[in-house]
Design a protein. Sequence first.
Length: 427
Amino acid sequence: MLTWFRQVLKSSLLHNIIALYGLQAVNYLLPLLLIPYLARVLGPSNLGILAMAQSLGLYVSLLVEYGFNLEATREVARYREDPKRLSDILTSVLTARFLIALGVFALVWIAVEIVPLLREHSVLVWAGYFWGVASGFSLSWFFQGLENMRLVAIVESVTRLAGFVAVVVVVRTPHEVAWVLILQGGAAWIAFAMGLWLAAKRVQLVWPSQAALVEGLRMGWSMFVYKGAISLYTSANPLILGLFANPAIVGIYAGSERISRGASSLLAPVTLALFPRLSNQVRHNQDRAAALARLSLWVQGLGGLLIGLIVFVAAPLWVQLLLGEGFEEAVPVLQVLALLPPIIALNFVFGVQWMLSQGLDKPYVMLAFGAGVINLLLALVLVPQFSHVGMAWAVVAAEGFILVGAFVYLIAHNRLGWLVNWKRNKL
């Protein structure tokens, strides 16, 4: 027993889970801690405007990431012992992201020139672009695939903490809303520069061949489509709600969704740490992969249920503490969104960890796309009548569609043997 415990303590998987939890705390808990400050300084209307600018920035980040954060992580995990292959993966991804960022710059410039509303808020639009590109260039995917997250987690945590402090120090009035994105984007660029330096100590940075660049774009395509579909029921929601409601209602919804998504993210490090390990084990040892998936199901299923119950029961307290006066209408929205943590936790297991590690990218992408369509259709029906509460139900329905669809697909294609065969080999 003592020997087993020592092995667990020395396990690279445990170390990466701990590192990812540290990074996750910074990525999600710091924004949660920032909500009370921004809600009081900016007010509901300007918080809603910030949420819409962040939605634009998230779409920029989505384009720049291009699905590499999952596909490239899987490739790094599979070829972690091949320095030449690792070098090709890293440099092709970085080059592709740079070219995409240039293309997105041109699109944003054209949009600002021809759309009066964007031209009126051009500073905020460009701040969103700056933040989105910086977020899209994160190198955590590379170290995650290597299962060596400790140093890069420290780097990203420290820089994001610095960005948090800078926002609190600089942003003192509603007119300084753009500085929220500018300061956080600057912190992300510093993290990227330091991450690139760490990566260069592991592999050689060379200019990728045209073939490697094309292969990289092909590699990330399915996950790019997948993340684009997901954005239809995540990043797009403040923009959709803004078509039917005033900025104050958008701010109330955005505050509630950040609390719910932040709570759901508490289990994300387990998924991120297990994904490269599962991708590797699926290729070399199906029994060990199945055992790992079963463990993840127990941990994330029970954890998601507990988190959802806490969010639902304590919704009035969370709103009072994190959002403050003027956000009372966020309570029923947050109680609806309390359904997300258990649903998202199970989606991680059946979708991201099992379907993607098995190479079932296309069916999972189709499920995500279907969920995006459902979210849009339900939003068009529910939001005009039920406002921000209707938007919340549309999001829950979209996430639920993915869970049911993934489960049905795996059963129909006989891919759930690991779930029912509890006596297979242990980890």
